[in-house]
Ligand binder design. Structure first.
Ligand code: WT7
Length: 635
């Protein structure tokens, strides 16, 4: 059997069956699509009980040779990256595979000259400029571990991540363009580094031309270093299970977790999922609108498209700048064939009307993708009709930072494309539903908590520095299974539909946020006695952030709820970043608690969603009287 792209329903069924019946044989064959320095001694070992999963153990490789070197002969002059700047009249920069290879080698040599060695952590805090992508690949080329921090996070959030992974170097911009704003990235980095003793050097890539403070001996401008570096840098020979990157994500408890992905399994997963889900042809143009600060940007900008020798657009800006037609203008300009974005962006653009779409020629489009949160039917229909002109399959891709790549999605030529359905597991993905009591739910139709039964190549291997937490978080709720944190349904045809998180994680504009993390930030305010944060349905963001706070009654602002909201916003911006700002803040005198002192979030969620009539039994509460107060003060 040849491991080419899945082309039709039969292929899908054959591939899927084989991936579970003869797992080792299947993945050995798939892995043959890649370049290895040494072959593996075993395809997959380990299990979810001992949490010692390994893929392609014994093999050696470098992922950047697979992204770059191996294309040089056949695709050296093919465009790898089309950089579309924030300003629509700014300079578009194209990089061929040859040029990208040379730039990556130069950057690798710069990192080496800064003393970066295999296994060291390299932190990126940048805007979406080519140097970010080049730097990430350069890190992987020399065997160091990248940890990209989204440029919207605060100094405090950046510092926490650098401290956790003990990075030795951070790469940033003087400032970043983001729509009409500029973000003072270097200034924020300087603030963060006050509490990051492990950082020895800072490389600054000039983008905006902002005046910045350079600390002698620590800070260096990137461009002159790159310009004088050699374009030749042999790729480090990496073990299959050597770490590739750490990416922080939020959970229901505690501080963000640094998920660790390793080299070979992640590569195969990013490469194969990209190939099958998008089916990008040799002359097609792929565009994923995510930021490299999130997993979507890692797997479907930095790695997946390059592993497959595609041409892709990399976009610096935002969907609504200078106006709500920006995505469609750029789609027309670059003749994009495959377009991958988040439901929140679709809803935001939908709110501006169809004129912005209809003025552009979108006839190049072939496949549309959605990622990051459940896509509501209305947004799906709008996307299908106005963008896809009812001729482009929409791949609604379900996956997570932890899964490394797409897990459940319809495939072009295969799917039924029903709004809000992610439809079918990809080869190698073995989903199972479990009910609240931990019992497996078989058959269809069915619903339950979504778990995965067996290891797949792209899964995260651990949480950096805390394997026990990894086990506790994902493998202890239902022993022997990976628990995703999502609820799901299967229809009578066995098609999957993801319904959303069943834990205390909320999804705000496709960004994952732990309610506990936002509470921790709010609680930093000296006048906050206690707080509870929940999500509620939000037209554009998917979920909004609703904070219930008990404010110090002695404080002078106790009656000024507007001022309280403003101060809390500032606190959250300082502790996490603007993405975590509460949309609503309700000041309360108490929070509903059980007799054991646990906050009854179920009630708070209902009130926040406007469902005040059916709150269930509240008589067992320690303080049932606060429920009335909360209901009557609901925003
Ligand atoms: C959570 C993971 C996957 C990369 C971007 C987000 C939700 C993601 C879908 C989808 C319904 C989705 C889930 C998941 N989610 N894609 N197509 N349909 N829900 O990665 O930040 O790790 O968040 O996003 O709730 O658990 P992430």
């Amino acid at each position: 059997m040849s491991m080419n792209t899945i082309k039709n329903k039969d292929d899908y069924q054959n591939f899927y069956k084989m991936s579970l019946d003869d797992k080792d044989g299947f993945w050995a064959e798939v892995a043959g699509n890649y370049t290895w320095k040494k072959p593996w001694t075993s395809v997959q070992t380990g299990n979810f009980k001992d949490l010692n999963v390994k893929w392609f153990d014994g093999a050696t490789l470098n992922i950047t040779e697979n992204c770059l070197d191996r294309h040089l002969e056949t695709r050296g002059d093919k465009t790898a990256i089309i950089f579309e700047p924030n300003d629509p009249n700014g300079e578009v920069i194209n990089f061929t595979y040859k040029e990208l290879h040379a730039r990556v080698c130069q950057f690798s040599n710069v990192l080496k000259a800064q003393g970066v060695k295999k296994g060291d952590r390299v932190c990126f805090y940048m805007s979406m400029v080519p140097e970010l992508l080049i730097g990430v690949l350069a890190t992987a080329r020399i065997g160091a571990i990248h940890s990209v921090v989204f440029g919207g996070f605060s100094a405090n959030a950046l510092a926490g991540r650098i401290q956790d992974c003990e990075a030795s170097i951070v790469i940033t911009n003087d400032a970043g363009f983001r729509g009409a704003k500029t973000i003072p990235l270097k200034e924020i980095t300087d603030e963060a580094l006050k509490t990051c003793p492990t950082i020895k050097s800072v490389l600054v890539s000039k983008r905006v031309g902002e005046e910045v403070n350079m600390i002698e001996g620590r800070d260096h401008w990137l461009t002159p270093l790159l310009d004088s570096a050699s374009c030749d840098c042999p790729a480090e020979e990496m073990g299959a299970e050597d770490p590739l990157f750490i990416l922080y994500t939020s959970g229901s408890t505690g501080k963000p977790k640094g998920l660790l992905h390793t080299t070979a399994g992640y590569m195969v997963w990013a490469g194969e999922t990209y190939k099958n889900v998008f089916q990008v042809g040799e002359d097609d143009i792929f565009w994923c609108t995510a930021d490299i600060g999130w997993i979507t940007g890692h797997s479907y900008i930095s790695y997946g498209p390059l592993l497959n020798g595609s041409t892709q657009v990399m976009f610096e800006g935002v969907p609504t700048y200078p106006d709500a037609g920006r995505f469609w203008e750029a789609t027309e300009k670059h003749k994009v064939t495959h377009f991958y974005t988040a439901p929140t962006a679709i809803r935001a653009l939908e709110a501006h009307g169809t004129d912005f779409v209809n003025k552009h020629d979108l006839s190049s489009l072939k496949v549309l993708g959605s990622v990051g949160e459940p896509i509501n039917e209305e947004a799906w229909e709008w996307y299908n009709k106005n963008v896809g002109k009812e001729k482009c399959p929409i791949v609604d891709t379900w996956w997570q930072t932890e899964t490394g790549g797409i897990m459940i999605s319809p495939l072009p030529n295969v799917g039924d494309f029903i709004p809000s359905f992610a439809e079918a597991p990809l080869p190698g993905v073995d989903p199972i539903f479990v009910d609240a009591d931990g019992k497996k739910v078989e058959g269809s139709p069915a619903e339950g908590n979504l778990c995965i039964r067996t290891p797949w190549p792209g899964m995260a291997r651990t949480i950096w520095g805390d394997h026990e937490r990894y086990k506790q978080t994902y493998f202890s709720t239902y022993p022997g299974l990976y628990f995703t944190g999502d609820g799901a349904k299967r229809d009578d045809q066995g098609r999957y539909r993801i319904t959303g998180r069943v834990d205390d994680v909320i999804n705000v504009s496709g960004h994952r946020m732990g309610t506990a993390e936002v509470e921790d930030a709010l609680n930093q305010h000296e006048d906050i006695v206690e707080s509870a944060v929940v999500g509620y349905p939000h037209d554009i963001k998917g979920q909004g952030i609703y904070a219930y706070v008990i404010w110090n009654p002695q404080s002078s602002k106790a009656q000024d709820h507007k001022a309280i909201h403003k101060e809390l916003n500032e606190m959250v911006i300082k502790m996490i970043g603007p993405i975590a700002k509460p949309d609503k803040v309700q000041v309360v005198s108490g929070l509903p608690k059980t007799r054991s002192g646990k906050i009854m979030r179920r009630i708070l969620r209902k009130v926040a969603s406007g469902e005040t009539s059916n709150l269930g039994d509240t008589s067992t509460l320690l303080n049932p009287e606060v429920v009335e107060e909360i209901k009557s003060g609901a925003l």
